[in-house]
Design a protein around this ligand. Sequence first.
Ligand code: 15L
Length: 267
Amino acid sequence: DRSRRIVFTGAAGGIGTMTRPLLAKLYPGLVLSDRVAPARLEASETFVAADLTDAEQVAAAVKGAHSIIHFGGYSVEGPWDSILQANIVGCYNLFEAARQAGVKRIVFASSNHAVGFYRRKKKIGTDVTVRPDSRYGVSKAFGEALGALYADKHGIAVTCLRIGNVGPRPLDVRRLSIWISPEDIVQLIRIGLEHPDIRYEIFYGASDNAASWWDNSRAYKLGYRPTGKAEDHRAHAEAEQAKIGPDPVGDLFQGGTFCSAEFTNDA
Ligand code: 15L
């Protein structure tokens, strides 16, 4: 039902900016939320300001919502307090406000960094033990766990997207394995908002990448038909990679530089 109120947190962020034009067509009346408004609103969009760390503001933003696309938060590795406030406290505030408001569905932007310490030579499904590569990755594993709790205990249909990297094309060789186009992530969001069989799901947010490290068969089973193919951009990705050079630790693991940053394991 397209007339249902859908709230999109993090709408002014990187993924929000790339997906808004596509989501606006699918979901007229989409309610955007962030700390500050995006520069220009479409006629079909409305905006409500909310800081995720403020439970009252979050409650006001999700009031009357049927569904939430929760993409707000701190999107890279950072100081513990930044991660704690935006991604732990903020994520809790969001799920708890959703429960109190009677929200039926949540699509949560998790990240590949929840499992970043799996080796690149290993193919992983969505049922592996989390192996976060950063405080940021830990916060995404927390969000997935919180999603499971609110699905199992309160019946909210929760979809966690372990997003690779969204953009018009893969930025380097690592991204040839994890890239997702804006169109394809919108397809996954749509499955999370609309598929009747969803209780609690984890999907990998990746396009149809030949070099993928992930088994995303559950998403395909629920109708995902990605159109992006990272291999179409291999020359570009390799040229960019040549400018970056090797990262002896990061290159072993799926999370790349998130793994090698602050790395002190000489075992
Ligand atoms: C992420 O989770 C970040 O939000 C994004 O900025 C990229 O760094 C991406 O992962 C990635 O792994 O490329």
